[in-house]
Design a protein. Structure first.
Length: 484
């Protein structure tokens, strides 16, 4: 951007600095600004004509609107005051979104840094505290949990149902299990970059280093993993489930341990993933993702989140995406690439809510007590437990599964003929680790190249993270619509 802008809280309100990168005068530019809270509500807006100087400090007098404890951001942009020979009046020259006050953290402060401390969603009313009522049925294989705002159903150690106070089901089985672990993504064009693309008949004899990521993931069977419950046990209102995830035959690739705690208003999942270093995944250059997949009823198509956005962004493609509260529809999150694949994700998410038109829905809050990944660097670096600079979950929502995207050659093939998009269940991914999408270039023979610091190392010891599920009623979480 030709103009840079910064902002910070001051005694009078917000202090803003505007500077032209090339040393040219700011004359002819108008500065406009908006204060927004963590529900994306615009609390105040204003404008001011800029001077002839190359840089200018301004005080936005709004101290009365800057009090409080929730998140607070200022959106600032410069636009042309008059038409020019290259753009009309009002053309936006530069824009920034600056966080003035961080949202309230989800947990207590820790002395040691964490991968993601999480943030509280701005709910309109406080949630009831206490524990849910657990009722075992028959031989104990089926369990019903009754909370103040939900009824959960457990069968064989798996969460198979989640209903609101009116008995309406939130989850769906329209695309397989309504809740499962996820370790694979539909290949992007960069994932498919490799010698096997140009010489598919030689793929079986080419050195592994010459094969695309997508080919290597397919060769070990990463897209066909099945989940098998090894054991589960109850202790009061807490369920612990141990599962293996791998191909139908052979060694498991991952082992998961999930502790489900059922509170009066929320279900908390504490998840531990341990890779099997004696399996085929240890030979991979990276893993696509480590996370959860939820399948929700079709009506929950309005997506609000605190994280990067509003446009598509990934660990290695997020500098242009401000970290604040955003809102889009599931359909708008999809990006129509020429060949379908992983797309539409948003980075560094602390909470995400999927709601219907009347405000009902599901809130998911994410945190992780693991050590934080290294900061991003200029050099390629090395793979790690999480991509460099990742400070929240990688989240995506779509009307199809990764397998459906992988099987489609064009967008119109994503859904079977005759099935309308809005009638399909919503597939939500919440990933504690997600590899970058590459395309950093560096050579004309490998434009799909990846910086290694943004890749997930399959030799990682373990991943630990927490996802809390809260059912939302009408007007419980009201995020303002509009452009981010």
């Amino acid at each position: 951007q030709p103009v840079t802008m910064s902002a910070s809280l001051s005694d009078l309100g917000v202090k803003t600095r505007v500077q032209h990168r090339t040393g040219r005068s700011l004359r002819g530019l108008m500065l406009r600004w908006e204060l927004i809270d963590d529900c994306r509500v615009i609390t105040l807006r204003g404008s001011q004509k800029l001077s002839d100087a190359t840089d200018q400090d301004l005080e936005l007098h709004c101290s009365g609107y800057c009090k409080g404890t929730g998140g607070l951001w200022v959106r600032v942009w410069t636009e042309l005051e008059e038409p020019t020979n290259y753009a009309p009046k009002g053309h936006v020259v530069a824009r920034e979104c600056v966080m003035l006050r961080a949202p309230a953290p989800a947990g207590a402060s820790h002395q040691s840094p964490r991968a993601c401390i999480g943030s509280r969603a701005p709910l309109a009313t406080a949630l009831p505290t206490g524990l849910a009522s657990v009722k075992h049925q028959g031989d104990g294989d089926e369990v019903t949990i009754q909370g103040s705002s939900y009824t959960a159903s457990i069968r064989g150690g798996l969460l198979v149902g989640l209903r609101d106070v009116a008995g309406r089901e939130i989850l769906s089985t329209g695309h397989g299990a309504s809740l499962d672990h996820s370790f694979w993504r539909a290949g992007t064009d960069n994932d498919r970059g490799g010698a096997d693309v140009f010489f598919p008949q030689l793929a079986g004899i080419l050195p592994r280093s010459m094969l695309s990521f997508a080919r290597q993931w397919t060769d070990v069977g990463l897209e066909n993993l099945t989940s098998r419950v090894r054991d589960y046990s109850w202790q009061g209102e807490e369920l612990t489930v141990d599962s293996d995830h791998g191909p139908e035959r052979g060694r498991h690739f991952f082992r998961s341990s999930v502790r489900m705690s059922f509170g009066a208003s929320s279900v908390t999942l504490r998840i531990k993933i341990v890779p099997n270093h004696r399996s085929g995944i240890v030979k991979l250059p990276c893993l696509p993702r480590i996370g959860l997949r939820f399948v929700l009823a079709p009506e929950f198509s309005r997506v609000s989140w605190l994280g990067r956005g509003p446009h598509e962004c990934y660990p290695d493609r997020k500098a242009s995406a401000p970290w604040c509260v955003h809102q889009r529809s599931v359909e708008d999150m999809h990006f129509p690439y020429m060949v379908p694949g992983e797309c539409g994700g948003v980075a560094d998410v602390h909470w995400v809510a999927l709601q219907s038109g009347d405000g009902r829905g599901l809130l998911l809050e994410y945190s992780s007590d693991d050590a934080p990944p290294p900061e991003e660097g200029l050099l390629s670096g090395s793979p790690g437990a999480r991509p460099a600079g990742m400070s929240g979950a990688q989240v995506s929502a779509a009307r199809w599964t990764p397998s459906m995207a992988h099987a489609a050659a064009h967008d119109f093939e994503l859904l079977p003929a005759g099935r309308h998009c809005t009638e399909e269940p919503v597939v939500l991914h919440v990933d504690t680790a997600h590899s970058g999408i590459g395309g950093t270039g560096g050579a004309t023979d490998a434009v799909w190249r990846f910086h290694k610091q943004y890749l997930i190392d399959p030799r990682t010891e373990e991943w630990n993270y927490t996802v809390t599920l809260t059912l939302l009623g009408p007007k419980q979480l009201e995020v303002a619509a509009g452009e981010s």
